[in-house]
Design a protein around this ligand. Structure first.
Ligand code: HEC
Length: 158
C-alpha cells in the first residue's frame, strides 16, 4: 500500500508536469523579462539569507538562533522557487543564466527543487534542536545543493 502510494504520487507528478508543459502559453518579451527579474530576486534573497551562517561553516562560534533564522528565510524562498521558474523564457533572447533544460526537462528540475526543500527542512529541524554538529552538516548539504542545481541548470554560477 505504501509503495502504491509512492508510485501513485510519482505518476501524479509526471502527469502534472506533462499538463504544465503542454499548456505553455506564448509569453511576451515583457512577461519574460519580469519572470527573469523575480527568479533572480528569489535567488539573491537565498544568498542574502544564507550569508550570515557561512562564517560558522568556517569555524566561527555556533549560534543556533542565526541558523534557525536563515533556514526559515530560505524555506520562504524555496516555497516560491517552482512559481518563479514557471515561465519558459528560453524562447526569447533575453539575458539570463538559466539553462533551457529547466523547461525541456521539468522533472529533473522539480527533483532538484525537492532536494533543496528537503535540505532546508533538515537544516531547520537540526537548528531547532540546537544540535551543532547536525546543523553544520545540514547547512553544508544546503550549500552543496545550491551548487548542484547551478551546475545543472545555470550558466557560469558556482
Ligand atoms: C532548483 C535550482 C536552484 C537552486 C536549488 C538554487 N539555485 Fe540559484 N540559480 C538557479 C538558476 C537557474 C539561476 C539563474 C537564474 C537566471 O539568471 O535567470 C540561479 C541564479 C542564482 C544567483 C544569481 C542571481 C542573479 O541576480 O542573477 C544567485 C546569487 C543564486 N542563484 C544563489 C543561490 C543560493 C545561495 C542557493 C542555495 C541557498 C541557490 N541559488 C539555489 C538555480 C538554483
Amino acid at each position: 500500500m505504501k509503495l502504491f502510494t509512492k508510485v501513485a504520487s510519482i505518476l501524479g507528478l509526471i502527469g502534472a508536469l506533462a499538463i504544465a508543459s503542454a499548456q505553455t502559453a506564448p509569453v511576451s518579451e515583457q512577461q519574460a523579462a519580469e519572470a527573469i527579474k523575480f527568479r533572480q530576486a528569489d535567488m539573491d534573497m537565498q544568498a542574502y539569507s544564507l550569508a550570515p551562517v557561512l562564517p560558522m561553516l568556517d569555524g566561527a562560534r555556533f549560534d543556533a538562533a542565526v541558523m534557525l533564522k536563515a533556514s526559515s528565510r530560505l524555506a520562504v524562498m524555496m516555497e516560491m522557487l517552482r512559481d518563479v521558474f514557471e515561465t519558459n523564457t528560453s524562447v526569447l533572447p533575453l539575458k539570463t543564466n538559466a539553462r533551457n533544460q529547466i523547461w525541456s526537462d521539468p522533472l529533473a528540475f522539480e527533483l532538484q527543487i525537492r532536494d533543496m526543500q528537503a535540505a532546508v527542512a533538515n537544516m531547520a529541524s537540526a537548528a531547532t534542536k540546537g544540535d551543532q554538529l547536525a546543523t553544520l552538516k545540514a547547512t553544508r548539504t544546503v550549500v552543496n545543493t545550491c551548487r548542484t542545481c547551478h551546475e545543472r541548470f545555470a550558466v557560469g554560477l558556482k
